[in-house]
Design a protein around this ligand. Structure first.
Ligand code: PYC
Length: 333
């Protein structure tokens, strides 16, 4: 006899990047906070993520979330982010899509209309949203503290030779590659080239350097690479192509990536609190970022960034994971 698990999902995209919120079939997770629950999920229940994110039910860019009751009664809810690369400590496009789905579909009832306090594994995230009728028009999240972790690191790459890169944290650690002698800018490369170069660069960086969050030692290692280059729209502040997982380029401007980049620009004197930072994605969709507060993390200057963007709900999806299916836990080619 086979074992069958059924998950109700609501699908949306945030500025082009997918978000699949699991609204039914969410498992019980042990733990006193979302970092502990994330670890429990990864240790015991990761088959659910693989089944819902990888082909044939998902694809290389798929990401999503599950909602839980908050651990602190002052907060509205807690979130676990799931995607092809694992369970991120924080996800910006995932937050914008999750809030849009949760409000439009009545999955969350905010204590204060228009505002939510969300417990993410990386920390507390404050959210506000604008509605017109039943539709959520935009979501703004005030992210966890973000900072420039390392500047001007040298790394030798197979494809491009020597690169000088910065590493910044915005809820995940990002290797930021700005245009330089051996890298003329992302607009000179095809998506497949950026993906394979980023995969090798991330591996080399993680073999050469160590990155550990000063306040949460469970958050460690570079997970994302951000290539930068010329904007498509001359009124934007900057453009990026963010690589994550094994084969993904974020279709949205990437919320944690935008936070990391604002922290990098702040540390270099290129962005001030209150300035708009219009960040373009690889496909040209935009988030608006702002520095809300200047603070510290460990012994380093840090910022509290906000990110604003939109998402569109596009479908209901009841997904079955039946263990008589040889691909029940998904596959990658
Ligand atoms: O928006 O933070 C983000 C994100 C991370 C990976 C893909 N999107």
């Amino acid at each position: 006899m086979s074992t069958r698990s059924t998950f109700s999902c609501i699908d949306a995209h945030t500025c082009g990047n997918p978000v699949r919120v699991v609204s039914g079939g969410v498992p019980f997770l042990k733990g006193n906070n979302m970092l502990e629950k994330r670890q429990y999920f990864l240790d015991k229940l990761d088959w659910i993520r693989r089944g819902l994110m990888f082909e044939p039910r998902g694809h290389d860019m798929m990401s999503g979330s599950m909602l839980f009751p908050p651990h602190d009664p002052e907060n509205d809810f807690a979130v676990l982010f799931i995607e092809t690369s694992g369970c991120l400590p924080m996800c910006g496009h995932g937050t914008i899509g999750t809030i849009t789905i949760a409000i439009e579909e009545g999955l969350i009832h905010p204590k204060t209309p228009g505002f939510l306090r969300m417990e993410a594994p990386a920390g507390l995230v404050l959210v506000s949203y604008k509605q017109e009728g039943k539709k959520v028009k935009s979501v703004k999240l005030t992210n966890v503290k973000s900072y420039l972790a390392a500047e001007s690191l040298e790394i030798e790459t197979e494809e491009l030779g020597k690169l000088i890169v910065d590493v910044a944290y915005g809820g995940n650690f990002y290797c930021i590659v700005d245009p330089q002698k051996n890298f003329p800018g992302l607009e000179h490369f095809r998506a497949e080239q950026l993906i394979s170069m980023a995969r090798n660069l991330r591996q080399k960086m993680n073999e050469t350097y160590e990155f550990v969050h000063p306040e949460h030692s469970q958050i460690r290692g570079l997970s994302h690479v951000m290539w930068t280059g010329k904007t498509l729209d001359p009124t934007s502040s900057a453009r990026n192509a963010v690589f994550y997982g094994d084969k993904a380029i974020d279709r949205s401007p990437c919320g944690t990536g935008t936070s990391a980049r604002m922290a990098q620009w702040f540390a270099k004197g290129l962005l001030k609190p209150g300035d708009d930072f219009i960040h373009e994605s690889f496909i040209g969709s935009k988030f608006t970022g702002r520095i809300e507060e200047v603070t510290e993390i460990g012994d380093k200057p840090a910022i509290v960034p906000s990110i604003e963007g939109w998402a569109k709900v596009y479908g209901y999806n009841t997904i079955i994971l039946d263990d008589d299916d040889p691909y029940v836990h998904g596959f990658q080619v």
